[in-house]
Design a protein around this ligand. Structure first.
Ligand code: S3P
Length: 435
């Protein structure tokens, strides 16, 4: 059975973890898929991970601390830091780890930096910042934590036996520091360039779009550690926690450093019948200012009859051929919101077209909720047997790997209105569609 893993956060679409983990699974012949999970709270992360059946997942901002309330256990470093970036399902229990400590150690090692008796400044006081503080202190540095909300810096410093200074005293903190680690979510300029001495080495946890800090550091000629070294070095132990196998480091490094051009301009919604694709597509289209293509509706229009009747008269195979022809048309459209039928991802050619032309979002709902939303199963020929509930459950289970392999991220629809779901999706992807 295909095992599922993932990374949960908000936003999470920018995460490059799936590239590393999926490349590693392929390399070692492990039947597993790693997805992104876009959530609005740690509680939702846990519920969705449980329902979808994730065997393990990484946690990114802003849930690294909050997730701890929902775990059954956490190892020592995680508890000391008060944050978790890796969760492993052991039997029915969820256990938290913090491999960010290894991540920062790895980044420092890749730069050949000796921190013994040096001073390091950590900017931020969240989960990633606290893991960095612990790693730097254990490498022999004197660590000063500086954060906009000083109380948080003080708490973190107490917990980790570091020092804390108010944000207003950043200049004092930086005076004789040899390393600055920034673990704040903002991309805006928060460190005045006048504080960036040439002897300083800077590590910014943001490894995607360059932050103002990364740009300033490059311009001023300070030392720069690549944030991807941190990402890679925390993923390696996480991979072993997930699979029990040694991580293929070079494969993961190549996948992480690979340049990817993304010319996809449409958004596709995939997921089981009743997951809300059609209604969410309308809401999302309004937010994005794009027209909707509803694949099932197009098929019905062309056939001049409802889908149940196509199945009844011509059989599923004829329907699938029509579906494939409509999906193939997506190669010729740009900037549309596409609502796919629940089985569209079963055919490889469809997956190829979707992956090349659309950013795909998997709408998650469990089988009971899907059935509840569908109401009468008469319009859904695949569920019209004598026991729709167990058919829905089995069919959904068998399809989870297909949705997982096709999607760019998954979002739970449970307890959310279509407008809320659309807003969550748009929050994730609007950068990619800014013209
Ligand atoms: C199907 C789902 C339906 C429709 C057809 C087949 C499926 O679409 O395409 O009944 O195989 O799951 P919805 O997902 O919109 O219900």
């Amino acid at each position: 059975m295909t095992r599922l893993f993932g990374v949960a956060g908000s936003p999470v679409f920018q995460s490059k973890s799936p590239f590393m983990f999926n490349a590693a699974f392929r390399d070692l012949g492990i039947d597993a898929i790693y997805v992104r999970l876009a959530a609005s709270s740690a509680k939702e992360v846990m519920a969705t991970a449980h329902d979808v059946g994730l065997q393990g997942f990484n946690v990114t901002s802003p849930f690294k601390t909050e997730i701890m309330d929902y775990l059954d256990d956490a190892e020592d470093d995680a508890r000391k830091i008060g944050a978790v970036n890796t969760v492993v399902r052991k039997g029915g229990r969820f256990v938290g780890y913090n491999t960010d400590v290894e991540g920062v150690r790895g980044a420092v090692a890749s730069h050949g930096l000796n921190l013994m008796r040096t001073k390091a400044v950590v900017l931020g006081a969240g989960g990633a910042a606290r893991a960095a503080a612990l790693a730097l202190r254990s490498a022999g540095a004197r660590v000063v934590i500086v954060n906009r909300t000083h109380d948080k810096a003080r708490d973190a410093a107490e917990r980790l036996e570091c020092e804390a200074l108010p944000f207003g005293q950043l200049a004092d903190a930086m005076a004789d520091a040899s390393l600055l680690v920034a673990a704040v979510s903002s991309h805006e300029r928060i460190v005045d360039p006048s504080l960036l001495a040439r002897r300083l080495v800077v590590l910014d946890a943001n490894y995607g779009r360059p932050s103002a800090l990364v740009e300033d550091v490059a311009r001023l000629g300070c030392g720069a550690m690549d944030g991807r070294e941190w990402l890679l070095a925390q993923a390696i132990p996480a991979f072993t926690l997930f699979t029990g196998r040694r991580a293929p480091e070079n494969v993961m490094r190549r996948a992480l450093w690979k340049r990817r051009m993304d010319a996809r301009s449409s958004l596709a919604l995939i997921g089981f019948m009743g997951s809300g694709k059609s209604v969410v597509a309308e809401e999302l289209a309004a937010l994005a200012g794009m027209p909707v293509v509803d694949i099932d509706k197009k098929i019905e229009e062309k056939a001049g009859m409802p889908i149940a009747e196509i199945f009844h008269r011509n059989g599923e195979e004829v329907f699938r051929r029509m579906e494939q022809a409509e999906i193939d048309e997506l190669r010729n459209v740009a900037r549309h919101v596409v609502s796919c039928g629940g089985g569209a991802v079963l055919a490889r050619p469809n997956v190829r077209v979707l992956r090349n032309n659309c950013l795909s979002v998997w709408l998650w709902a469990n089988a009971a909720l899907c059935l509840d939303r569908i109401g009468s199963t008469e319009t859904r020929p695949l569920l019209s047997g004598s026991d729709p509930e167990s058919s829905a459950r089995d069919l959904l289970r068998s399809r989870i790997p297909y949705y997982a392999a096709t999607c760019d991220f998954v979002v739970s629809t449970e307890g959310k209105t279509p407008a809320e779901i659309a807003r969550r999706i748009w929050h994730e992807v609007h950068h990619a569609f800014a013209s």
